[in-house]
Ligand binder design. Sequence first.
Ligand SMILES: Cc1cc2nc3c(=O)[nH]c(=O)nc-3n(C[C@H](O)[C@H](O)[C@H](O)COP(=O)(O)O)c2cc1C
Length: 257
Amino acid sequence: MSHSNGYIIGFAASVCFVCAIFVAGSAVALKERQEVNKLLDKQKNVLSVSGHMPDDTSGDSVRATYAQYIRPKVVDLQTGQYVEGVEPSTFDQREARDTPELSRAAPAGNAAKVLRLPNHGLMYQVTSGDTVESIILPIEGKGLWSTLYGFLALAPDGSTIKGLTFYEHAETPGLGGEVDNPRWKSLWVGRKAFNDQGKVAIKVIKGSAGPVESDPHHVDGLSGATLTARGVSASLEFWLGENGWGPYLNRIRAGGV
Ligand SMILES: Cc1cc2nc3c(=O)[nH]c(=O)nc-3n(C[C@H](O)[C@H](O)[C@H](O)COP(=O)(O)O)c2cc1C
């Protein structure tokens, strides 16, 4: 049995139409779930670097632990002051960075290859009752293949490192991807971001660094991944500096809260 051209075209168009409705419907129906999962993932990353990740990593447990310990704050990066009137739970720093009215061009040629700077940044206070036990700052910068997005946790002195974790990157597993290696991440704990003159001093070196007490500003290199390691150092230098969290950290190091 043969069909007319009109029938074949009509049949193909109907199949396309039904599929399009199905795909669009699924995308709309799943959007809310995707947003919830995205938020949960972010909360897990913050909890992980805060040291308060619960053993039970179900959504309810993560949300409850986050609510107990984490206080998100929006900061004006140029003044270092907290911003009132912007809701931290819905503020998206990366979205702000990509919105022309909410950002500005980063200084050209910076080593972290940051292109745009949001006017406001989103950081987190890790609290125990009324006491701030650490602060978590987002950082980002280019490695070899990708932009690495991470969180740096500092003690309330604004310099002692409590942890560093990258939650998004596309460096090569086994090479630059070793930024995720728990052993390498543990090397950061206790080191000092700033030297006694208040300059950013923390750096990944080539080869091995000494113990925290005698070599507080250096961390072991990543073997076979010097370019990623250089990106990590550049990222820290940029975000701890005057164009990133520097003004905020100056305020904190001077005894501010
Ligand atoms: C397939 C492939 C993937 C690589 N991935 C990375 C990487 O993710 N990060 C990195 O720094 N170097 C990577 N490299 C190596 C760099 O090209 C470069 O050789 C290295 O960063 C130098 O580090 P080293 O001085 O410690 O050997 C890769 C090389 C190849 C061939």
